[in-house]
Ligand binder design. Structure first.
Ligand SMILES: Cc1cc2nc3c(=O)[nH]c(=O)nc-3n(C[C@H](O)[C@H](O)[C@H](O)COP(=O)(O)O)c2cc1C
Length: 479
């Protein structure tokens, strides 16, 4: 079912008992702290209202998608599925992908308030300062930055953090790291000494937002087409009056403006980053957006998705693991029984299960995983296990590593592209254009030649297990 906007998602989460309303928490740290504490407890989505200094009704939705039920709502999957079954269902859905183009409409709720010139004030919303050590108030965490490629004409949506600039209510900084698509587009405008037109939304229907975070959408393909497919309905967009860019008609808050070609000296960051560290305080690296138009709905809702120290995930399944899986198979490796990333939103550790069919199969799967594009954002360890191992259970994966891995077979793949937010990088390394780290492939499978005579795993047979469960259920699983 497609949600028209963030509000319909909130109503659906509420219906499932997955929403908690919190009144009167302060934008300065309190909203962030409550979000962190509830996320640690795997609690519901949080809708903050009556935020001090702001009108009642100006709200923040935080910790939105982290349960299986809420993830299912966004991905259009059954809320009964959990864990690996949900990841498999997601992958099956991906297989049926067909682009669905956005539909332009002449107006929409996002236009309820349209402000230009000196009426633009980005401080009019209750933007949280999420953590004590953040370098500012981040309006953009669950945001979508919209740009058009000047040569090819297609439109990209990407989630890149955006921070308010003290004393400059019509400017915002946006941190777009290489090799993000928007960064490549902006470079094209700037090489021609032209400003880059940009629109940014801060709150929209989650299925229109999710593709903006998803590395499975390749260069040249618009996240709008992916969102249309995910929603099973085209995304309705208005044509921005300043930039001509398509903007979701039901977005909560949107801006239009441009990123000038001139260098800037703004300091941005640090901010809580996906790997669980405050990272990326830079001078002149974040782009400045000069805002020309501010649009917002009545009683707008900021979508807040600040990173919280892992394993607190954004979604309840590691959606990016499905992309790694796809890319391993794309390299021609059959027999992959599953892929999982135990630190959910990061491929720092990738676990691959294979049903070995020939000598060297496991190693080949490991090398394909370690070098696929989806591993680029930070892969450090690839662990390959047999298909009898539950890859969603990290204790079981480590049991396989401890008991099946011949350390002599470990492969170190040197000098691969690393994440700019990798906490092991030095400040000097971060300045360079060659940010590299090595990766390791751990083959924790039984040797192919010994599959038949490798010691048998302790445990009762599946058949006897069932017989005993039927006979002794009350002693094993008392009510
Ligand atoms: C909550 C969240 C925040 C993110 N923040 C940033 C960011 O500040 N800068 C960045 O370069 N990527 C960030 N990302 C990652 C990008 O959104 C992601 O890589 C996306 O696929 C990029 O889109 P693109 O491939 O169209 O550039 C973030 C992702 C999420 C889920």
């Amino acid at each position: 079912m497609a949600f028209a906007d963030l509000r319909e998602f909130i109503a659906a989460a509420d219906e499932l008992g997955e929403l908690r309303r919190v009144d009167a928490a302060h934008w300065n740290l309190e909203i962030g702290a409550i979000t962190e504490l509830v996320a640690e407890r795997k609690g519901p989505a949080l809708l903050f209202d009556r935020i001090p200094d702001y009108p009642a009704g100006y709200r923040v939705l935080a910790h939105p998608f982290a349960s299986t039920k809420r993830t299912a709502l966004v991905l259009g999957l059954s809320p009964q599925l959990t864990g690996f079954e949900m990841l498999k269902a997601w992958r099956q859905r991906l297989r049926q992908f067909k682009p669905v183009s956005p539909r332009e409409v002449s107006s929409g709720p996002v236009m309820e308030n349209t402000l230009t010139g000196n009426k633009i004030d980005l401080f009019k919303f209750p933007t949280p300062k999420w953590h004590e050590e953040d370098g500012g108030r981040y309006l953009g965490t669950g945001c979508a930055v919209i740009t058009r490629d000047p040569d090819e004409g297609w439109v990209n949506l990407g989630t890149y953090r955006c921070t308010l600039v003290d004393g400059e209510p019509d400017r915002i900084l946006v941190k777009i790291n290489p090799p993000r698509h928007a960064r490549a587009m902006i470079a094209k405008y700037h090489a021609r000494r032209q400003p880059c037109p940009v629109a940014i939304t801060f709150g929209q229907d989650p299925a229109t937002w999710m593709p903006a975070t998803y590395s499975g959408v390749p260069w040249g393909a618009s996240e709008y087409d992916f969102a249309g497919w995910l929603r099973s309905e085209p995304v309705e967009v208005i044509k921005g009056e300043v930039t001509g860019l398509p903007i979701p008609a039901t977005a909560e808050i949107a801006i239009e403006g441009e990123i000038p070609a001139a260098a800037n000296q703004y300091v941005e960051g640090p901010f809580s980053e996906w790997l669980g560290y405050f990272a990326d305080k830079t001078k002149g690296d974040a782009f400045v957006v000069n805002v020309k138009s501010l649009l917002h709905r009545n009683d707008p809702i900021i979508l807040g998705t600040p990173w919280i120290k892992p394993p607190a995930p954004l979604f309840a399944i590691p959606v990016q693991a499905g992309v790694v899986w796809e890319q391993i198979e794309g390299a021609g490796i059959a027999g992959v029984a599953g892929v999982w990333t135990p630190i959910f939103d990061s491929p720092f550790i990738i676990v691959v299960a294979v049903k070995q069919a020939y000598p060297g199969h496991a190693k080949q799967a490991g090398l394909a995983a370690v070098s696929c594009r989806a591993a680029n954002s930070g892969a450090r360890f690839v662990i390959v296990v047999d298909d009898d191992v539950d890859i969603t259970n990290f204790e079981e994966v480590f049991w396989a590593v401890a008991t099946r891995c011949d350390v002599n077979t470990i492969e170190i793949v040197k000098n691969m592209i690393a994440a700019r937010t990798d906490p092991t990088l030095t400040a000097e390394e971060r300045q360079t254009n060659e940010i590299l780290r090595s990766r390791i492939v751990i083959d924790a499978c039984r040797p192919y030649a010994r599959l038949n005579d490798f010691p048998r795993v302790v445990g009762i047979s599946a058949e006897y297990r069932k017989t005993m469960m039927d006979k002794w259920r009350r002693s094993i699983e008392p009510e």
